[in-house]
Design a binder for this molecule. Structure first.
Ligand SMILES: [Zn+2]
Length: 260
């Protein structure tokens, strides 16, 4: 290969890798954009003052990025709470208040961050964490099973690339649909507008049970899926999109309560 061909080859490689990395956070930005659009005037003004204009969107992935630093090592397990399969409704709901000692710390982190911000709404890092963790709790595989690390050890090919179930729900389906975060937020706000009031009225427990039942369906579907990614997207994109929308509406509700 000539030198110029090498340069072009590696330039294409770097571009492709950059795109893969850049698309991962789309889900968090979709949720943050929907939340931002649903903040009342006072809350939006105050949240902008803490995070900068539209900062809720730009900082929505910071809690993942900070894992590469050493300043908040205790936050590594705030992003998930693994739950066993076959739990009763009451057992699932108990996890929200009794904080299981294994498989993550999402519920405790949520409560601590909300309490902290109620007393100290200008706490920048607490708000940066909250806008992310409040979104992660709507991602089904962040409540997966401990034995497979929330789907991380369930591997298969996805569009001919090695993939796993956790990553599929973090970004694989979103990327396959192919919208930018603003396009996706606009689309979901149109599509689910008639459900906004109902989602606002649901309790945290009802939303958790909804997420848990979806997680159970996702695990069960692994047994019957034929491996075709188009079939998977057709089956599950509507469920994932409802989760994204509900996450945005509920994040707005929470921030309206704290800052509105
Ligand atoms: Zn996360």
């Amino acid at each position: 290969m000539s030198k110029i061909k090498y340069i072009i080859f590696f330039a294409i490689l770097a571009f492709s890798a950059g795109q893969l990395l850049a698309w991962g956070p789309t889900g968090h930005r979709v949720v943050a954009q929907i939340a931002y659009d649903n903040l009342n005037c006072r809350a939006r003004h105050r949240v902008d003052r803490v995070l900068g204009k539209h900062g809720i969107i730009y900082w929505s992935t910071w809690a993942d990025n900070i894992k590469s630093d050493t300043i908040y090592p205790e936050s590594y397990d705030w992003h998930f709470q693994d739950l066993d399969s076959g739990l009763s409704d009451s057992a699932v709901l108990a996890a929200m208040t009794h904080y299981p000692t294994v498989g993550g710390n999402l519920f405790r982190a949520m409560d601590s961050l909300v309490n902290l911000l109620r007393h100290d709404p200008g706490n920048v890092d607490a708000l940066r964490f909250l806008i992310h963790i409040a979104s992660d709790r709507f991602c089904p595989m962040h409540m997966g099973h401990l034995e497979d690390l929330g789907g991380n050890t369930i591997r298969f090919d996805w569009f001919k690339q090695p993939y796993n179930l956790h990553r599929l729900w973090d970004e694989g389906i979103i990327n396959a649909v192919g919208y930018s975060y603003t396009e996706y937020a606009n689309y979901l706000e149109d599509r689910f507008a008639d459900q906004k009031k109902a989602i606002r009225r649901m309790s945290d427990g009802e939303l958790l049970l909804h997420n848990y039942r979806l997680t159970e369906q996702i695990y069960a579907y692994q047994q019957e899926w034929n491996g075709n990614p188009y079939v998977y997207v057709y089956r599950f994109a509507p469920d994932m999109e409802w989760q994204l929308y509900a996450a945005g509406i509920r994040l707005a509700k929470l921030l309206n309560e704290i800052y509105g």
